[in-house]
Write a protein that binds this ligand. Structure first.
Ligand code: NAD
Length: 412
């Protein structure tokens, strides 16, 4: 394919080239053209070389009561069972529901100085007030939202490429995720820092390990709701995650199933969330992001992780469904959004542990997945998909071959 100047082409022209290259038929090109709520014009201004948009199902998690408030939670995800699991685990926490709290939205921006002059660290410490004053100029816009620069700290790093200084600004980014806000500050302040330290500035960017922006949530699942023996079984399962990194990875993946689904629905930078969550889990050795303990009445689950999320900025303002998802969710601030996401993560984790430690997840999962297999086997109308899935569930045969044979039978 001739890719020269691909980015300069109109969308029609890009599609024409892709069609020729991949030998797409007209129906396939029409599918690419159907960008849904995200018009081609918006998509084309969001990223480069756009030829379509990807669609995911948007589901609603019900039964969530957090700090006494009821929520309807949009989740965008392709994996069956995640939404159902969140609803089920949340229902089991009622009438109390979840309790959550979040730190202020403090993000950390990092500035790297290489080859600093002798005494640079001392001079930085002396000039701390001046540095903070200078930084304020670039974050004044945040003050009306309750944000702004909070602190600056310095440390020396000895590396195989010599001594480096790392200057870190703490900034309260209020209701934004904050990456652009932080990066702008760090790039602008860098020359002034070099005036103080000598040497040269190199990397200027936030860290996605947002340890000053953590969220915590907890809930209790009572014996009479989940069954007396479930508690011990769940604790056995949890203990495996706490002691085995292979299990722990999947344990944390189950948490992120819920968190990512809300993140995608509400237009968050889910890569930032993922990076931060796993890095946080690995401080001091990779560990579960949740903890479970036996209580008088049942079992209590707790979650803690950093969540850099926003109700303004980033894709939140450009993706129409993200705006609607936030409206459905009804959160008033980034902190409230983070609390909701942490509760969903905890709910999904509990649901997975409960199912894994008792009945196993395949029964429920495959029931939902049967519809995907029916589609894979060629079922196209909703009636066909449901009929094939029903028979697969009855016979407990989830192979594509079986689905094909059922489909043939129906069509005959
Ligand atoms: P943004 O650049 O859209 O900035 C947020 C803007 O919203 C600010 O200009 C602020 O003045 C305004 N605002 C209005 N009301 C506000 C309120 N109540 N609280 C705070 N600000 C308010 O968004 P951002 O959050 O700075 O940056 C997020 C984007 O940066 C995401 O798209 C992300 O993907 C991207 N990004 C991420 C990384 C990373 O994670 N490593 C790096 C670069 C860029």
């Amino acid at each position: 394919m001739d890719v020269s100047g691909f980015y300069k082409l109109s969308i029609e022209e890009r599609l024409k080239r892709i069609k020729e290259f991949a030998k797409l038929n007209d129906d396939e090109v029409d599918i690419l053209k159907n960008t849904g709520a995200l018009s081609f014009n918006i998509a084309d201004r969001m990223i480069e070389n756009v030829v379509g948009a990807v669609h995911l199902p948007l589901g609603i998690a019900t039964n969530f009561k957090i700090n006494g408030k009821e929520y309807i939670i949009p989740m965008a995800i392709e994996e069956p069972s995640v939404v159902a699991a969140a609803c089920k685990a949340a229902k089991f926490t009622l009438p109390e529901g979840f309790f959550a709290e979040a730190d202020e939205s403090v993000m950390i921006g990092q500035l790297q100085i290489v080859n600093p002059k002798r005494g640079a660290l001392e001079r930085l410490t002396e000039k701390k007030i001046n540095l903070l004053e200078a930084a304020k100029k670039y974050t004044e816009g945040l003050e009306k939202y309750g944000g702004g620069v909070k602190d600056v700290s310095f440390r020396e790093m000895r590396t195989k490429r010599g001594k480096m200084l790392i200057v870190e600004f703490d900034v309260n980014v209020a209701d934004a995720m904050g990456a652009n806000t932080i990066n702008t500050l760090i790039e602008n302040i860098a020359p002034y820092v070099v005036e103080i330290t000598g040497g040269e500035h190199r990397l200027k960017i936030l860290t996605n390990l947002a340890v000053k922006r953590k969220v915590r949530a907890e809930a209790e699942w009572r014996n009479e709701v989940i069954g007396m023996d479930a508690v011990e079984k769940i604790l056995d399962g949890y203990e495996m995650a706490a002691n085995d990194v292979y299990r722990c990875t999947t344990h944390n993946k189950g948490i992120m199933n819920g968190i990512d689904a809300v993140a995608v629905a509400t237009g968050q930078d889910w890569r930032a969330i993922e990076a931060g969550a796993h890095a946080y889990a690995s401080l001091g050795g990779y560990k579960p992001l949740t903890r479970f303990e036996k209580t008088k009445n049942g079992i209590k689950g707790r979650i803690e992780l950093p969540l850099a999320v926003g109700t303004v900025g980033g894709a939140v303002n450009s993706v129409p469904t993200a705006k609607i998802a936030l409206k459905i969710l009804g959160v008033k601030s980034a902190k409230e959004l983070a609390m909701v996401m942490a509760c969903v993560g905890l709910a999904n984790n509990f649901a997975a542990l409960y199912a894994l430690a008792t009945t196993g997840i395949q029964a429920g999962h495959m029931k939902l997945h049967a519809r995907n297999i029916a589609i894979l086997a060629g079922a196209s109308s909703p009636e066909e998909i449901d009929a094939v899935a029903r028979e697969m569930n009855e016979k407990k045969d989830y192979s594509v071959d079986f689905a094909k044979s059922v489909l043939e039978k129906i069509r005959r």
